[in-house]
Design a protein around this ligand. Structure first.
Ligand code: G3P
Length: 249
């Protein structure tokens, strides 16, 4: 950890029921969370309002996606304006599941980021390579290309956090080693310095995601350029998520 306030997001993905969400919120409300950490959870859309109404204000709410522009006749979509109306502060964009399962491309994701930011929705911008890309030595190329698409559409980085999530580490239990993650985080920061500005490179938080859990978080958190985490599976368990939030100390 090095840059800005440590940031931990919990991406609940397409998980949960009314009962399990009620229990998770109760566990999070009971948890002792380090004050000096930005904590955000991203429930599925249908539970956003319930979570917003019942969760401690110490934790902000994120959506897992948003529509690319102003709302209207877009069946099944949710707009940034609607998310803001609900009290949602953040949105996750460019998650690998949306890139590779749903088929969202760099340009579409970049447009989503620009639109969300224009509506004052803060953005968790995700990038990351697949296993075959890493094995082919293309990790930096892939990450920089995805980053460039964000950079092409973002003019003000104040409300952006970058999440590096290697696809091979997501939901696999195969966490990146602290060295592997640090190497990419440092390269991402360097890219920002060269292609955006030294100032943006120094204040933008770069968080790691991919099989983070209560046991591996402390070592990762010690790395200079790991400024927090985006947690999937382990964010569904309140006490373990609290351990990850508190791992910075
Ligand atoms: O967005 C978080 C994520 O993709 C990581 O998921 O389950 O590997 O922690 P998980």
């Amino acid at each position: 950890a090095g840059t800005g306030k440590f940031f931990v997001g919990g991406n609940w993905k397409c998980n949960g029921t009314m009962d399990s969400v009620t229990k998770l919120v109760a566990d999070l409300n009971d948890a002792k969370l380090e004050n000096d950490v930005d904590v955000v959870v991203a429930p599925p859309y249908i539970y956003l309002d319930k979570v917003k109404q019942s969760l401690t204000d110490l934790i902000e709410i994120s959506a897992q996606n948003s529509w690319v522009g102003k709302g209207g006749a877009f069946t099944g979509e949710i707009s940034a304006e609607q998310l803001i109306d609900l009290g949602c502060k953040w949105v996750i964009l460019g998650h690998s599941e949306r890139r590779h399962i749903i088929g969202e491309d760099d340009q579409f994701i970049g447009k989503k980021a620009a639109y969300a930011l224009s509506q004052n929705l803060k953005v968790i911008a995700c990038i990351g390579e697949k296993l075959e890309e890493r094995e082919a030595g293309k990790t930096f190329d892939v990450c920089f290309q995805q980053l460039k698409a964000f950079a092409d559409s973002i003019s003000d980085w104040t409300n952006v956090v970058i999440a590096y999530e290697p696809v091979w580490a997501i939901g696999t239990g195969k966490v990146a080693t602290p060295q592997q993650a640090q190497e990419v985080h440092a390269a991402v920061r360097d890219w920002l310095k060269k292609h955006v500005s030294a100032e943006v490179a120094s204040f933008t938080r770069i968080i790691y995601g991919g099989s983070v859990n209560g046991s591996n978080c402390a070592e990762l958190a010690k790395q200079e350029d790991i400024d927090g985490f985006l947690v999937g599976g382990a964010s569904l368990k309140g006490p373990e998520f609290a351990t990850i939030v508190n791992s910075v100390t």
